[in-house]
Design a protein around this ligand. Structure first.
Ligand code: ADP
Ligand code: MG
Length: 379
């Protein structure tokens, strides 16, 4: 199709507008599944908004795939409800749910060429042959696979196979797209490029999407919201920025980004950690032990006279590693707690401090996070 490129913007806008009208919310209530005595999904409540890109993020074994398979219909939960829009689907067969799916291992048909793979969902739906040809062509174009229709699957690179799987998932214009670690088999560079491509595709199509990954940076890059799973429960659901800035618990703070954790204590309305009085954006309500969580890029070395309206710690440098874009500094505070800082290496901004040198480290009050519970993670 010639001229598809220069027409693509207005058409995409129209497609996106249409999609946002037809995009379906997913409503999950008290969804449970156990294998033997072990609960894998534990009374999950989850609302996926129409047109949203929601990511399920969690450690291996936290139940991400199980939850996705329940939404797709390949797994029958023990109890609970899943609705697409108003419709209860929990007993509906997978092929009747009108879902586009992409798996980690692509699950392409090895004996079919690219075009037949992509056209498969349309043949299943008895779409007329000329219409299939047109839609397959358009889907291949969308994933930079124009001209690849006649190729065998074994003649494709990993990245191209992944694109074929994506084209097959969207070709029938599903109202929900589910993806389970679709990029994890790709090398880092290709993975990062595909993250941005998938995000842009989502912005054009506006299809409600549930995406599974165990890679926190991927989740931060792609998602409207992230649901963090911990042992079959949703530990937290929010926007990437809200979760990063206010993790709310040790588990979430550890899972998203890096932090140095310090023992702290609230007494008489004041928080003390490593011998300093610390102010945070949100102070825990109750007195007792709590934990200070400090992001390495939010900490900085202070020059003489700096540190007004900040939290300031006296420390000694124990390590300095030049990493090109950043300088990684390790230090210990007066009470022996280790702390990590990451400084940008813009010229003139960062001097390389000597090992053993005494330094002052500052962090803005708005960047200072206090978590309830002690630094061992006890609530
Ligand atoms: P994730 O995708 O987050 O890595 P899964 O949803 O695949 O996690 O698995 C969650 C838990 O359920 C794991 O402990 C896993 O061992 C268990 N599990 C998954 N499928 C089965 C099964 N068919 N039989 C028994 N246990 C299972
Ligand atoms: Mg999994």
């Amino acid at each position: 199709m010639r001229g598809a490129d220069d027409q693509s913007r207005p058409r995409d806008a129209a497609v996106a507008a249409a999609a946002s009208e037809t995009a379906l919310p997913i409503t999950i209530r008290r969804l449970s599944k156990a294998y033997g005595a072990v609960p894998v999904l534990n009374e999950i409540d989850l609302d996926v908004r129409p047109g949203e890109f929601l990511t399920l993020l969690g450690p291996s074994g936290s139940g991400k795939t199980t939850l996705l398979m329940a939404i797709a219909g390949f797994l029958r939960p023990d109890s609970g409800s899943i609705r697409f829009g108003e419709r209860e689907v929990v007993r509906l067969a997978p092929h009747r749910r009108e879902i586009g799916m992409v798996f980690q291992n692509y699950a392409l048909f090895p004996h079919m060429d690219v075009a037949r793979n992509v056209g498969f969902p349309l043949r299943l739906r008895r779409v007329p042959a000329n219409e299939i040809a047109r839609r397959v062509e358009a889907a291949l174009e969308m994933f930079q696979l124009g001209g690849f229709g006649g190729r065998g699957i074994d003649q494709l690179s990993g990245g191209q196979r992944q694109r074929v799987a994506l084209a097959r998932a969207i070709v029938f214009e599903p109202r929900i797209i589910l993806m389970d670690e679709p990029l994890s088999a790709l090398d880092k560079q290709l993975r990062e490029r595909m993250q941005i491509e998938l995000r842009q595709l989502h912005e054009r199509l506006g299809t409600t999407t549930v995406y599974v990954t165990h890679d926190q940076r991927e989740a931060l890059t792609m998602s409207d919201r992230i649901a963090i799973l911990d042992k079959g429960r949703i530990a937290r659901i929010d926007t990437p920025r809200a979760i990063y800035d206010e993790p709310g618990s040790r588990f979430v703070a550890e899972f998203i980004g890096e932090s140095s954790f310090l023992d702290a204590e609230i007494l008489d309305g004041e928080c003390r950690a490593a011998g300093s009085i610390v102010r945070a954006r949100h102070m825990p309500a109750s007195a007792g032990p709590c934990t200070l969580a400090l992001r390495p890029e939010r900490l900085r070395l202070l020059g003489p006279g700096e540190g007004e309206e900040m939290n300031v710690f006296e420390a000694r440098v124990t390590g300095a590693i030049y990493q090109g874009d950043t300088l990684l500094l390790q230090a210990v505070l007066g009470d022996g707690s280790p702390i990590t800082l990451r400084q940008t290496t813009r010229s003139g901004e960062v001097a390389m401090p000597a090992i053993g040198a005494p330094v002052r480290i500052g962090i803005a009050i708005a960047d200072t996070v206090l978590l309830a519970g002690d630094a061992e993670g006890a609530p």
